[in-house]
Design a protein around this ligand. Structure first.
Ligand code: AMP
Ligand code: MG
Length: 401
């Protein structure tokens, strides 16, 4: 049986990098850039005013203050944003200028309106200016040829703004895979149905959908399928024709009605591994099918979620070109003793607490793979290594948070 590390390596070795595609700028939010974004322009492309005020030459208003203001004659022409000045500003003159408007040729600062007073056809300036004051210089944000955003970066709202300012209406991104979800089991009920003896509501397809949603991946839900070979095979074929990755929950163990693996091999999927030396999630099966992948996830609600975190999520992250394959992990100390069976990796649901710059973890309670509420209480999964045995209070362990 494979160890957790071996199984994770097998999954990540298999990763294909999905094609890069051009998408309209706004559709690229949260996706991963597949090319460097290089600027074709200086941004801003002209020296312009950062304030509403007057374009001046600093030497003319040297020493100006409230007691000794400097008088400058107002030019009749003003420069609203979007207009280019047509006349020169000669000595003794100044030109009204608005935020974002181009600086006239021989001016080297803008006096804020608030530091002046209008007096007939002229203004009184109450404050001197340093050269360049209130001027936004050409290229001060971005220079032509700058690599503004790098390939492999996730696209956030500010990046969309930056790309828009560079004049690109489309972006090359790694197209995220489409993931299908099938729940198998004769005992499964839709979640709006009343419980009865022998039945459980299909929570797995919901936790999986949510886990995919959390990382911004599109999913198709194929609903509940009975443990009947023909029906199950048909649904699997349908899903595989539409999805890059298929998640099937249940039916991968050694029960008399666990047909999933057999069906998948029967339709030509290549078995990469079955069973991992871990708890929960031992019967996990992973297969390759054409250009895509199939995970047969053990049906217990906690196993499904843990296997998603440890195997499915990293594969998807790798495919979309995101460098953060796993959730961030911390080294944390056990807050109490834990009974722990040696000989397999145990994933334990824990609560994390930070005390004096150190993290501590406590159990969330019962750790059975059907106890989903202890997953809901958890803010981390502690990884007890195969060779660990009982975990003593204060032992240091890796916890994925
Ligand atoms: P299986 O892997 O099919 O043997 O299922 C293992 C356990 O998980 C059984 O107790 C199932 O009832 C339960 N189970 C399977 N699928 C689901 C599901 N979609 N939602 C909730 N529990 C499930
Ligand atoms: Mg089942």
């Amino acid at each position: 049986m494979l160890s957790v590390k071996e199984a994770q390596n097998k999954v990540l070795e298999c990763s294909i990098r999905i094609k890069a595609v051009k998408v309209p700028l706004l559709d690229s939010l949260d996706l991963i850039l597949a090319e460097d974004v290089i600027s074709k322009d200086d941004i801003p492309v002209y020296n312009n005013s950062a304030m509403d005020g007057y374009a001046v030459r600093t030497e003319e208003i040297k020493g100006a203050n409230r007691s000794y203001p400097v008088r400058l004659i107002l030019l009749a022409e003003d420069i609203p944003a979007g207009k280019v000045p047509t006349v020169k500003v000669n000595p003794g003159y100044c030109m009204p200028i608005m935020t974002g408007a181009p600086i006239p040729e021989n001016c080297n600062a803008v006096v804020m309106k608030e530091d002046t007073e209008k007096d007939g056809e002229s203004i009184l300036v109450f404050k001197e200016c340093a050269e360049g004051e209130n001027i936004r210089y050409r290229g001060e944000d971005i220079k032509k040829g700058d690599k503004v955003l790098r390939k492999g970066k996730k696209i956030f709202p500010a990046d969309i703004g930056v790309i828009a300012s560079l004049g690109e209406s489309e972006v090359l991104v790694y197209h995220p895979p489409v993931v299908g979800i099938i729940s198998t089991g004769d005992e499964l009920l839709e979640i709006d149905k009343e419980l009865e003896i022998g039945k459980v509501r299909d929570s797995n397809s919901y936790s999986l959908s949510a886990q995919l949603k959390e990382i911004g991946i599109k999913y198709i839900r194929y609903g509940i399928v009975k443990d009947e070979k023909k029906i199950l095979e048909e649904k699997i074929r349908e899903a595989l024709s539409e999805c890059d990755i298929l998640l099937i929950s249940g039916g991968v163990s050694v029960g008399d009605y666990d047909f999933v693996k057999e069906i998948l091999i029967g339709i030509g999927a290549e078995l990469i591994f079955w069973r991992v030396n871990q708890k929960p999630g031992k019967p996990l099966v992973f297969l390759k099918y054409k250009d895509g992948f199939i995970f047969g996830l053990p049906g217990n609600p906690v196993s499904v979620m843990v296997c998603f975190e440890m195997y499915v999520r990293p594969l998807i992250k790798k495919i979309i070109g995101d460098d953060n394959l796993f959730r961030p992990s911390v080294r944390a100390r056990a807050y109490h003793d834990f009974k722990n069976k040696r000989g397999r990796t145990n994933f334990v649901r824990v609560m994390l607490e930070k005390k004096d710059n150190e993290y501590f973890f406590k159990s969330t309670g019962m750790q059975g793979s059907g106890i989903l509420t202890s997953m809901a209480k958890a803010d981390g999964i502690a990884v007890f290594p195969e060779d660990a045995g009982d975990i003593k209070k204060d032992s240091e362990i890796e916890v994925f948070a």
